[in-house]
Design a protein around this ligand. Structure first.
Ligand code: SF4
Length: 357
């Protein structure tokens, strides 16, 4: 099919099987169709937030075969940041880099109490007022609620009361259980991820939704995942963006066992993002997650249905170093958007435009 034909079919509403069939189309046609749909429904803006990313702890008992980040308890490389340490880094990032968001996640650390998180959120709010906290994923909420013998609702309410403003969308992986069994067997089910998201939205805590692709999934899993994201958004309206995350297999168990030998090709990145837009239409923004694809592919994704670049994603190493070579800048992201023929805008965590660039 040509791009116009695909775009028209998408605007009429795709069935799941039609969406799966799109993966057999030429990637250029898909990209063009998704771009047509995006320009029609969303206009030509591309947004992103100025934020810092901090991991509170890399200690985790979930042992996901996809993960290169975690260290088991008592590992010499394990760490947990204190509330003071995190708050100080956020304060500095606000002053030096003008960030408006803290993105904070971590592993399933059995040593942590709910008071640890409450103290951390309160310390950030005290030292960096005005900075939004986008924190623990549905997967973390599920793990800690079981650890602390609390309900999801109690955990979410206490996090919110302590200062949590939004939930980052991780831990969604691919919702289909046959895939989760391979990539994250000890994490919450896809169904529970969606139930916690629904509850959080009802409690006034919006969230993102991610999808980790490029491992063992097939197009039907991707399509099923995106339809579930669409249904969630139609039910609650609490999603801020949909973020397809490209899987990097290196230093993971899946790579060591030869299950995944290399990152997915760029053509597949384009197809995933384009199909996401063609299914999601105007329901929610689709992100080009440059930290997982690299900036060059991210710029291409802005021509294939994506209309958000997530954020500057400064890390602590950037604050410590004199330069910022390891990360990006507001201006660099704006330039990526302009090169794709889009109007860049700095937004806040809740997607309100703060400034056109
Ligand atoms: S829960 Fe998160 S940090 Fe822990 S192993 Fe899985 S992906 Fe890694």
């Amino acid at each position: 099919m040509g791009p116009l034909e695909i775009a028209e079919a998408a605007m009429r509403g795709l069935t799941r099987s039609e969406a799966v069939e799109l993966f057999s189309e030429d990637f250029m046609s898909l990209a063009q169709a998704a771009e047509l749909v995006t320009l029609k429904l969303w206009g030509d803006s591309v947004t992103f937030v100025n934020n810092i990313v901090i991991n509170y702890s890399n200690i985790c008992v979930a042992k996901c075969p996809i993960c290169a980040f975690y260290r088991p308890p008592r590992h010499p490389e394990g760490y947990t940041r204190s509330a003071e340490e995190v708050a100080k880094a956020v304060e500095e990032a606000k002053e030096r880099l003008g960030i408006t968001e803290l993105h904070i996640n971590g592993g399933f650390n059995p040593e942590l109490s709910i008071e640890y998180f409450e103290e951390l959120f309160r310390a950030v709010k005290a030292r960096a007022p005005g900075v939004a906290i986008k924190g623990p994923t549905m997967a973390e909420v599920d793990y800690y609620s079981r650890l602390w013998r609390m309900s999801w609702r109690e955990v979410l309410e206490r996090f919110k009361a302590a200062g949590l403003n939004a939930i980052s969308g991780g831990g969604a992986e691919i919702f289909a259980e046959e895939v989760r069994k391979v990539v994250s067997p000890y994490k919450l089910s896809g169904e529970d991820w969606l139930r916690i998201a629904e509850l959080a939205h009802k409690l006034g805590i919006p969230s993102n939704a991610t999808m980790l692709y490029g491992h063992v999934e097939r197009p039907e899993h991707v399509v099923d995942h995106i339809f579930k994201v669409k249904e969630l958004q139609e039910g609650t309206g609490g999603l801020l963006s949909f973020i397809p995350v490209k899987y990097s297999p290196y230093n993971t168990e899946l790579y060591a066992k030869g299950v995944v030998r290399a990152p997915a090709p760029a053509v597949y990145d384009v197809k995933v993002v384009a199909v996401a837009r063609l299914i999601l239409l105007d329901r929610v923004k689709v992100a080009a997650y440059w930290t997982s694809t690299g900036k060059r592919i991210a710029s291409l994704l802005l021509k294939a249905g994506a209309n958000d670049l997530v954020g500057t994603m400064y890390n602590e190493a950037v604050l410590r170093s004199a330069g910022m070579a390891a990360s990006t800048t507001v201006e660099e992201l704006a330039e990526i958007a302009r090169e794709a023929g889009r109007r860049p805008a700095l937004r806040d965590t809740f997607h309100k435009v703060l400034k056109w660039l």
